[in-house]
Design a protein around this ligand. Structure first.
Ligand SMILES: Nc1ncnc2c1ncn2[C@@H]1O[C@H](COP(=O)(O)OP(=O)(O)OP(=O)(O)O)[C@@H](O)[C@H]1O
Ligand SMILES: [Mg+2]
Length: 300
């Protein structure tokens, strides 16, 4: 498999992130294994899925793009496959009668996309390493040789505390590509308009105001966990439906005020020094009130 087709194509599903796109292209062209790293909702999965639309041809067939969702329940059988011991005696362990191939084999000559790789167990990380490194896997009591000829694209959110930290040995096998929040307000607006549902008029000054509020929270030193692009999309959609329910023809500041806490407060985490004094709901409400008063000219 060669990704030369990428020289003339782009990852059009992702708005902005030009440096990331270039890095991803260079990694794919050199067929190196990579992990896309970044906070929730910044487009890691969307970018990786975009690769699936640009898979090159291999032996006249479009190369496979196989997705695996990382989770603590993911087993070695899911990834490698299963050998039926009775049929193995009769037909041989790698015969098609005895062997049910796992995702790794399906991805051969293509891409193995491992979403949220740090959510799988350490044991599975080691299984994966062995497959990448030795091109041999152990299934049950059988050692099976196989051509591990695939490009690995993983994603991970480094702040996800419910996950296994990836070991240094593991990380040393990959290049990491770091993604950040949308570079500018205009880029974020384009993402919101593309990904969010449009139901009635949302005046641009108001939308700009909402996005500026979210982007200010990302810069706020009291806010430890930042609101993601999903928060921006959420305000965009919920303010519209609130306006519909209030029999309005277009979104007003009241609609935004009515939904802001529900959309934003659980998506942020305050720094410990302020967390014990204020709940996030209170913090978002106060900040939003202050913001409206300050920005009246531009926002209303
Ligand atoms: N740069 C971007 N261009 C286009 N859409 C984007 C961009 N960033 C985020 N989105 C949109 O934001 C939403 C979340 O994106 P996505 O699911 O890819 O994020 P993620 O990084 O995989 O998040 P998580 O870590 O929570 O899985 C999607 O609706 C996606 O379309
Ligand atoms: Mg994702």
């Amino acid at each position: 498999m060669k990704f030369e087709n990428l020289l003339t194509k782009n990852f059009d599903d992702i708005i902005g992130q030009e440096t990331v796109k270039k890095q991803l292209k260079s990694a794919l062209l050199s067929e190196r294994n990579i992990i896309l790293v970044g906070a929730p909702g910044i487009g890691k999965t969307t970018l990786a899925k975009n690769v699936s639309k640009l898979m090159p041809k291999h032996d006249e067939k479009i190369a496979p793009f196989i997705r695996v969702q990382g989770s603590p329940d993911l087993t070695a059988e899911d990834l490698l496959g299963d050998i039926d011991p009775i049929k193995a005696l009769k037909f041989g362990p790698t015969s098609k009668e005895a062997f049910t191939p796992g995702k790794i084999f399906e991805a051969n000559n293509g891409v193995l996309f491992f979403d949220e790789v740090n959510r799988c167990s350490e044991k599975l990380q080691n299984t994966l390493l062995q497959a990448l490194e030795e091109k041999k896997v152990t299934i049950g009591s059988y050692k099976v040789d196989f051509e591990a000829n695939f490009v690995f694209i993983g994603t991970m959110n480094p702040e996800d505390s419910s996950t296994e930290p990836l070991s240094d040995v593991f990380l040393d096998r990959f290049d990491l590509i770091y993604m950040d929040y949308p570079e500018t307000l205009d880029i974020e607006k384009a993402i919101v308009l593309k990904s969010g549902k449009s139901m009635l008029e949302f005046p641009e000054v108001l939308l700009n105001g909402c996005l500026r509020f979210i982007r200010n929270l990302r810069e706020d030193e009291n806010v430890e966990k930042k609101p993601s692009v999903r928060a921006s999309i959420g305000i965009y959609e919920r303010a519209q439906t609130n306006a519909i329910l209030s029999n309005r023809k277009q979104v007003t500041i009241e609609d935004i005020t009515a939904v802001i806490i529900s959309v934003v407060s659980h998506r942020i985490r305050l720094r410990p020094s302020i967390k014990y004094l204020k709940k996030p709901e209170t913090y978002v409400k106060e900040e939003f009130d202050k913001y409206i008063n300050r920005e009246k000219g531009g926002f209303l």
